[in-house]
Design a binder for this molecule. Structure first.
Ligand SMILES: [Zn+2]
Length: 412
């Protein structure tokens, strides 16, 4: 049997995801889809294909822990987006997968779609029918009657129904379980109130863990955050500290509970701050007074949320538990922009190098994939990205993708 030829990647700089700034004069040898060597002037077998990435920094492929592939993120209300057929959602998803992969994202979590849409997209990528990042799918998010994303069709009330939903999803192929612990953007739901009791969330966690699956909970309400911690949820989405009166109020007692239990936190800052719109407004050559005012209001509002996160990051160990997530597909969040979340994490006090770690090594651990993904180390899967410039010094470099590799094959 002929061995597949090896590939040698020679970037100007390499940031391995293990921390610190990028270093020069390092090469990466890839064989059979995995990293076979990292170092200066590696010995290569004859016939090795050489890829020179002049002026670029090679990093592990980025991980986005929060996407909704079946939605197009064009700003329409959910009621309109969910008027699409499942078949159209699969096509939208196939398009979105490519946008994300071209942005250097080689792994993503599909965080809630209707019916079989998430499962079908994962199978399509696995069979090579459509290009796309490596995927973990939740299938459908579990939600209460009338709750956030109830239109995905996995409604469960009470511990017994929740256990049944977890079992159903796992047997359909769910890689992890997503549960809506508070209301959200779905019309009629109440973002400031918890939607499940601690006992109900615990039932989901116990059942999922029995099948060796991790759990993620959508938690906007402060009460839902507390219940998620009490129930042992693995990853908390949004973590807004939202009170029933619609105000954000930092809760130091809850923050120390979060830090102590070691829950993963995905603050989805791009989504909350409407950062895409801010970028658009900042890019205008001659903004009208109305546009200038809109930008000012968005920036002022964003500071509220960034300040909360700055306070949370003061707690010991929090930087090691924080992961970016775009929430792409929801609202006006277009696919292809994990860079926006990294810019926002940088604004909360993470160094550029720490933002890279959060999107690679730490995210891999948060989704249970740290043995295979997240760093450039011998033995790991060669999912890689390269950027023009040095993202460990300037976060703006994350917006300039020059190459993407999946299992060592250059796909961009
Ligand atoms: Zn979401």
């Amino acid at each position: 049997m002929l061995a597949a030829p090896a590939t040698l990647i020679r970037p100007a700089l390499l940031a391995d995801g293990l921390g610190g700034e990028a270093r020069p004069n390092l090469e990466v040898l890839v064989r059979d889809g995995r990293i076979a060597g990292v170092g200066p002037r590696l010995d290569c077998p004859p016939g090795t294909q050489i890829i020179d990435l002049v002026g670029a920094c090679l990093t592990p492929g980025l991980i986005d822990g929060h996407t909704h592939l079946g939605l197009c993120g064009d700003g329409r209300p959910y009621a309109e987006m969910f008027a699409e057929s499942d078949e159209m959602m699969v096509l939208i998803g196939a398009h979105n997968l490519q946008l994300h992969r071209d942005a250097g994202i080689t792994t993503l979590r599909e965080h809630g779609a209707r019916n079989k849409v998430g499962f079908v997209l994962k199978e399509g990528v696995r069979r090579g029918l459509i290009p796309g990042p490596r995927m973990q799918v939740s299938g459908r998010p579990i939600t209460c009657t009338g709750g956030h994303f109830h239109m995905c069709n996995e409604v469960a009330d009470g511990e017994a129904q929740i256990r049944r939903s977890v079992r159903r999803l796992i047997h359909e192929g769910a890689d992890y379980i997503k549960i809506m612990a508070s209301g959200g953007g779905t019309a009629g739901t109440l973002p400031g109130l918890a939607s499940y009791t601690t006992a109900e969330l615990s039932a989901a966690v116990h059942e999922a863990h029995y099948f060796h699956r991790l759990t993620a909970a959508h938690c906007r309400a402060t009460d839902s955050m507390r219940r998620a911690v009490e129930a042992g949820i693995d990853l908390m989405e949004h973590a807004e500290f939202l009170d029933p009166d619609g105000q954000l109020r930092f809760d130091p007692e809850l923050a120390s509970m979060m830090a102590e239990c070691g829950i993963w936190i995905s603050p989805t800052l791009q989504a909350w701050t409407r950062y895409g719109r801010m970028v658009e407004l900042r890019g205008l050559q001659a903004p009208t007074p109305a546009e200038a005012e809109e930008l000012h209001q968005l920036e002022t509002r964003a500071e509220l949320r960034l300040d909360l996160l700055r306070r949370l990051l003061d707690y010991k160990g929090m930087r090691e538990r924080l992961v970016p997530g775009t929430d792409s597909g929801a609202g006006a969040i277009a696919f292809g922009h994990l860079d926006y979340d990294l810019q926002l994490l940088h604004q909360t006090g993470l160094s550029p190098a720490q933002t890279l770690e959060s999107a690679t090594r730490i995210s891999a651990a948060a989704i249970g994939a740290e043995r295979e993904l997240g760093t450039i180390e011998v033995g790991k899967i060669a999912d890689l990205a390269a950027f023009d410039g040095d993202p460990t010094r300037q976060v703006s470099a994350f917006s300039r993708v020059v190459a993407v590799f999946q299992e060592g094959v250059r796909v961009r």
